[in-house]
Unconditional design. Sequence first.
Length: 51
Amino acid sequence: MPTTHQAALETKHAVLDRRIAEEATRPLPDARTLAELKKQKLRLKEELSSL
C-alpha cells in the first residue's frame, strides 16, 4: 500500500512527465528546460525506487 509521501512523489513524477511531453512537442523546445525537467524526473524516480 503506497504511503502519502510515495503517492505525492508519483503525482509529481506524472506532472513532470506531462511537462516534458509538452515542452518536447513545442515548435522550438528549450533544450535546457527539457534537461532540467528530466533531471527532476530522474531524482523522483530514484527516490521512489528507494522507498
